[in-house]
Ligand binder design. Structure first.
Ligand code: PEP
Ligand code: MN
Length: 337
């Protein structure tokens, strides 16, 4: 249920409605837009049938949300959400590029890549310190030491940091170092983790599960918003199909579809989406043309020696060349990069 308030609603009236909704055992979520303030009501809404909220001063109309996801829906908020990561705004005109190695391997390598991707135009440094590997024998990440390297490179370059958290028990630690907490594809339906990061004050980057529908993806984001964290960025990173010539199939449909269904920013990861470095730049261009708000790209100075995902990593000079090519695509669709 959404309570749309009148443009001239007073703070006192908003507080009064919020109190009333709480007394009925429901959860009110106030969203202050540029033009309107609305209150989303979560819970067993049947009680509202005997309590017509339209009668309250300040209320313009009360509308049901028919979709299973409520807070993430466009019905709940018609304007695009812009997520501010210490001044880097995700979801606005400027396309935000997050780049860096798949795994944090050493401070020297991270600093080298960080400086190069920043120079090429990336504003967020990526790198996994906790790695969700298909095999227990593969490199699992440097853990807190890797997080410290990310923090050090942030200090030296001014880049913001995005890194994955895999376990509810590590959220407090990853939060200390990261500017954006990443929930990986394999954890998209780890509901306890979603609830935990929903309590965080840091923005969340939620990656689509490789076998998740768009509806399931949005329901997972709903967990984060319902726990109180509205700073959620969605990431399309490829899904499983019958095609096995590429690692995954990047679902470009999902970009305009999610932009229609939700107010949250959508970014695209063509590195995992294709699994092949030679396909990354073409699919990055396609993603921007389709309306993506940002990109996540794996970059490694020596992919041959990478601890993980070398085959899909761009070397820095190719990343730089791609960034130059992306400018024209961004301009053609009214964006900047
Ligand atoms: C990653 O971005 O490091 C990663 C593991 O991606 P995904 O969760 O999409 O597989
Ligand atoms: Mn990777």
């Amino acid at each position: 249920m959404i309570i749309v308030l009148r443009p001239d609603v007073t703070k006192k009236q908003v507080d009064h409605i919020v109190e009333k909704v709480k007394k009925l055992g429901l959860k009110p979520m106030v969203s202050r837009g540029v033009e309107r303030t609305i209150i989303g009501v979560i819970g067993e809404e049947d009680v509202l049938r005997v309590q017509p909220l339209e009668a309250f001063p300040g209320v313009e109309k009360v509308m049901p949300i028919l979709k299973p996801y409520k807070l993430v829906s466009r019905e709940f908020k018609s304007e695009n959400s812009i997520i501010d990561v210490e001044g880097v705004k995700i979801g606005g005109k400027k396309i935000v590029v997050m780049a860096g190695p798949c795994s944090v391997e050493s401070l020297e390598m991270l600093l080298d890549v960080g400086k190069k991707v920043k120079k090429a135009g990336a504003s967020v440094l990526r790198g996994g310190a906790f790695k969700p590997r298909s095999s227990p024998y593969s490199f699992q990440g440097l853990g807190e030491e890797g997080l410290k390297f990310l923090r050090d490179v942030k200090k030296q370059t001014g880049m913001k940091i995005v890194t994955e958290v895999m376990d509810t028990r590590d959220v407090w630690m990853v939060e200390k170092y990261a500017d954006i907490l990443q929930v990986g594809a394999r954890n998209m339906q780890n509901f306890n983790l979603l609830k935990e990061v929903g309590l965080s004050k840091k923005p969340i980057l939620l990656k689509r599960g490789m076998s998740a529908t768009v509806k399931e993806f949005l329901m997972s984001a709903e967990y984060i918003l319902a726990a109180g964290n509205f700073n959620c960025i969605l990431c399309e990173r490829g899904i499983r199909t019958f095609e096995d010539a590429t690692r995954f199939t990047l679902d470009l449909n999902a970009i305009p579809l999610i932009k229609q269904l939700s107010h949250l920013p959508v970014i695209v990861d063509p590195s995992h989406g294709t699994g092949k470095w030679g396909l990354v730049a073409p699919m990055a261009k396609a993603a921007i043309a389709a309306g993506a708000d940002g990109l996540m790209i794996e970059v490694h100075p020596n992919p041959e020696e990478a601890f993980s995902d070398g085959e899909q990593s761009l070397v820095p000079y190719r990343f730089d060349a791609m960034m130059k090519e992306l400018k024209a695509v961004a301009k053609a669709v009214g964006r900047e990069i």
